[in-house]
Structures are given as C-alpha cells and as structure tokens.
Design a protein. Structure first.
Lengths: 112, 113
C-alpha cells in the first residue's frame, strides 16, 4: 500500500517465539514483493522477496507467504531473537518500470 | 563487499543554502534510486535511474530538487534553495535490474534550520 508514515503498529514478542508480520497491499497488478528490515540509524535491509507466480518462499529463519486473492503478504520469523527488533516494511511493485511502493511499516519488539 | 555509500551522513545547514547529497551505488548495479523518509510520510521514492538515464522523477517535490547520474558509479541529489520542510533522511539504493532487490545505503540525515 501507499506509505503514509503515521503511527507504526507494534508487535511485541518473547525471545524464541515465532513472529508473524502482516501486510495488505493495494495494487492487484503488483507482481513483485519485498520485505525489508530497518534498524535505527540505518537504511532498509533486504530480507526476502517473492514474485507473484509463487505463494511461499523460505529463507534462513524467515518465510514469506503471498495470498493474491486477498492481496495479503506476511513475513514469518522463526525463533525470534533480540537482534530481530526493528521496523519491518513490505513493498510491492508492478511490472516493468513501475516503482517500488513501501508500506507503513511494523515495529517488532523482542524481549529477552 | 562495499554496499551503497552515501555522503555526508549528516548535514545541518541554514535555509536558503544549497545542499548536495552524494551516492556511490554497488558496482555492477545499473539501477539507482533516491528516497526520502520522514515520520509523517514514510519512505517515498523521489527519482530513479536505469543505466544512468532518469526513468521516473514524478516523486521529486518541486523544481528546487534535481538529481544527476553522470556515470554508473556516482549520483547526486541537489536541493537549491533548501527549506526547513526538506529536513528528512535521504536514502540512495541500487539494484542489478529494475525488478531485482534494491540495496540501500545508510542515508543522509538532513536538517535545514
């Protein structure tokens, strides 16, 4: 969806728990999706991406799920660690030279 | 491996002054993007280049903003004259291709007094 930069939703979890961060995207024509992690004072860091011909993709401790029917994207982090605390952004992109559009972001807080 | 390098990391200047932000993309990347991040508006794309050619500058706020990419390893974003509302963190990102992950620098925190 369009980035509006207002109040960030926050997800608080305990160390070792699994985390699920959700994102609703706006453009049904989007065919490429990315999750980024942003720590304080740093730029967004690429985590994982997925294209619209897939509905699931796994990385190291992370899984991205894509449901095109309801335009929903989720990021699952297994065995969440304090170092995972950050703001997580989803981003969507249409085909060709269309620009990448970032979501509002979700703050993940991991307690030891 | 060197990531995207931005300079300066911090800039504080008075309104009316010219500000120039610099970016060195990752070697071999042919797409370069300039973003602005604020609390109110989040992360916004200002302009992006593909093979040194500006493709979409619809996000550039107004004529006070300009961006150049004279070669594949360098880009600048210039604000002249600067205004307090330009205060934000400006990020540069690069990617191998237009439909590949963008890799971000650590940004320039700009404060216009």
């Amino acid at each position: 969806g369009e980035s509006v930069g207002l109040h960030l939703p926050t997800l608080s979890v305990q160390e070792g728990d699994n985390s699920i961060i959700n994102c609703a995207y706006s453009n049904s024509a989007s065919d490429y999706f990315i999750w980024y992690k942003q720590e304080s004072g740093k730029g967004p860091q690429f985590i994982i991406d997925i294209r619209s011909n897939m509905d699931k993709r796994q990385g190291q401790r992370v899984t991205v799920l894509l449901n095109k029917t309801v335009k929903h994207l989720s990021l699952q982090i297994a065995a969440t660690q304090p170092g995972d605390s950050a703001v997580y952004f989803c981003a969507e992109k249409g085909a060709g030279f269309q620009k990448l559009v970032f979501g509002t972001g979700t703050r993940l807080l991991v307690s030891p | 491996d060197a990531g995207v390098i931005q300079s300066p990391r911090h800039e504080v200047t008075e309104m009316g002054q010219e500000v120039t932000l610099r970016c060195k993309p990752i070697s071999g990347h042919n797409s370069l993007f300039w973003y602005r991040q604020t609390m109110m508006r989040g992360l916004e794309l200002l302009i992006y280049f593909n093979n040194n050619v500006p493709i979409d500058d619809s996000g550039m706020p107004e004529d006070r903003f300009s961006a150049k990419m004279p070669n594949a390893s360098f880009s600048t974003l210039k604000i002249q004259p600067s205004e307090p509302r330009d205060s934000a963190v400006y990020f540069c990102a690069s990617s191998v291709g237009i439909n590949q992950p963008q890799h971000f620098g650590d940004g320039t925190r700009l404060s216009i007094l």
